[in-house]
Design a protein around this ligand. Sequence first.
Ligand code: SF4
Ligand code: SF4
Length: 196
Amino acid sequence: MGIIRVNRPAADRNAFEAAWGYVTSIAKGMQLTMKIMLKQLLKLEKSETLEWPEQPATYSERFKGKHFLTQREDGQVRCTACFLCATACPAECIFIEAGEHPDHRIEKYPVRFEIDILRCVFCGLCEEACPVDAIRLGPEYVMAGSAGDKWVYTKEYLLARPQLQGGIASIKVENDKHPAINKIASVENNKSVVRH
Ligand code: SF4
Ligand code: SF4
């Protein structure tokens, strides 16, 4: 791609013109501000300012806020500790410790699943990378806090904090995109067919 050359902006011819331009710009801005303020004071125009927190903001349903982990039908964490989200995360803020699942049909599950939310850039790549709809970014946007607050979200918090009202089931069919489970299920079905 070639270099684009741009012309220098015209320099002010003298200090008076520079000062005049400065003053008129300020005056125009103040005029607009006063116009809007008077309209709103006289109730001729609705104010867009919200009285937070009494008036919460309404965001799009597609807003990508606080993360949560989805649940299986039996309420267990849906995540299979495949590490795809942690690998995709550009901020390297997802920590997963995998463990063997007691159910032989499920290979692994996260013993620990943590997100260091202060490092997260809310890019949504973890959600995109997950093959089983186990992690999503939800519509919660309130994350204010102070030093000493817990900024590392644990598996328990991601799975069932009060705002999630008991947790959210995955939209995927239970065995969808679980090739290992589907394979075991088909082997077990075949065995039962042979036995009969
Ligand atoms: S939203 Fe982006 S930065 Fe945040 S945890 Fe997911 S992948 Fe990492
Ligand atoms: S949340 Fe999804 S991508 Fe991340 S480890 Fe769990 S199953 Fe894998």
